[in-house]
Ligand binder design. Sequence first.
Ligand code: NAD
Length: 452
Amino acid sequence: MVKDTYTEFANSSLGEKITKTLGLPQPAKLRRYRPEAPLIEGPTVVLGSSEASDILADQLVSWDLDVRRHVGRREKVAAVVAVFDTAQTPADLSETVLALGGLLKQLKSSARVITVFRDPQGNEDPAVTAARKGVEGLTRSLAHEMRAGGTANGLILSEELDAAAPSVSGALRFLLSGRSAFVSGQFITVQNTNGVLPDEWTQPLAGQVAVVTGAARGIGAAIAKILRRDGAEIIAVDIPAAGESLAGVANEVSGTALQLDITAEDAGDRILAHAEQHYGRLDIVVHNAGITRDKLLANMDPSRWDSVIAVNIESQLRMNRTFLESELFNRPEAGVGPRIVSLASTSGIAGNRGQTNYAASKSGVIGMVSATSAQLEARHGTINAVAPGFIETEMTAKMPFATREVARRLNSLNQGGLPEDVAETIAYLVSPAAGGTSGLTLRVCGQNLVGA
Ligand code: NAD
């Protein structure tokens, strides 16, 4: 991993003065999740006067947070939850928006703003839809305005969903916590009442078995470690050539290693056989293994195109078919059914020069999760994708210095994310508390402005 020396410098006392004077980017040290640390430190202000705002405030109180409806002008604020669920027309937004604006100068570092509103696609009335889309727009813009490591994200409730649904609490908690440190300007939709809150928030995956592909290094190794920390048993998969580092990761997470090329026809069957033999169950699949073979399309050769498509998407489609036919990957308990998370990329959303093959595969992942969602729902399960932006890994360390420095700073947090940031988002999506969210692609990119 390449060290981000600029961020270290900007966080020293001399560096802070110099970067401020010169008007240079000021990447803050982000508040990241630690199981032993409080969820959030300082007052959380809940704005809005609907029934949902009362329900959410009660939920926050039940987590022992310092919940307020108002704060003094000089008080520092750790988080604001702005609830807009009853807006009927854009003019209805103003009271809560302006109250939110009045608090922004009082935010602590790594503060959180969470807007809560109903799904814009859930209503046919033009004024209601305009109001809801309006909250999306203001949330995205506010995310660009946040300072000192703060983020702004939206929590979207489907039309009739009760704000007390477990997955609403789960999403709210994720967005408040350090788990979402590198998630900004994004939206989590909760569609239904599936999902359950864990007995123990630090061990949400206790007793579950997870397979992570491409686990020998980079983001995959971080996913294996974080799912383990959250209580899961880990099956770490990677190609035989990465066998030594794979064994190292498997040992570190007290899991088992499976050397396997995921493009093999029988990859899904081999994973199921391994899970059956060692654990007797399989609950979570993380399709993380991926490759890049960048070339302009004018110079593209069959091996570069075909290998990227084969590893990044065809293998996942094939394995999912196998998993979804298996009774091993089928937990009948409502809300905690099987989970699949797949790695997309911001290149699959915005496109990127030299990456037609990679972007095709990653857009394919986004389409695949949305189209597979109904099959998972039938098993009380979920499938989602995570789209990382610039993440500090061996992959991005190979970029030329100037390109890397530009890619790293061009987001609202002015820094690259860490593999752990991607892993924390995946850990949330596979947790029982996220059972009401499926078919979604969630970006972990610090709200970056260009494709990765
Ligand atoms: P990486 O190259 O460091 O690690 C990928 C791992 O996948 C390697 O251990 C590799 O051996 C394994 N792998 C490759 N082909 C395989 C195969 N056929 N079978 C089994 N294992 C195989 O990559 P990373 O940066 O950790 O990225 C992980 C995922 O995140 C990828 O899907 C990547 O496209 C995605 N991603 C990364 C970034 C980033 O900034 N690093 C950004 C967006 C998306």
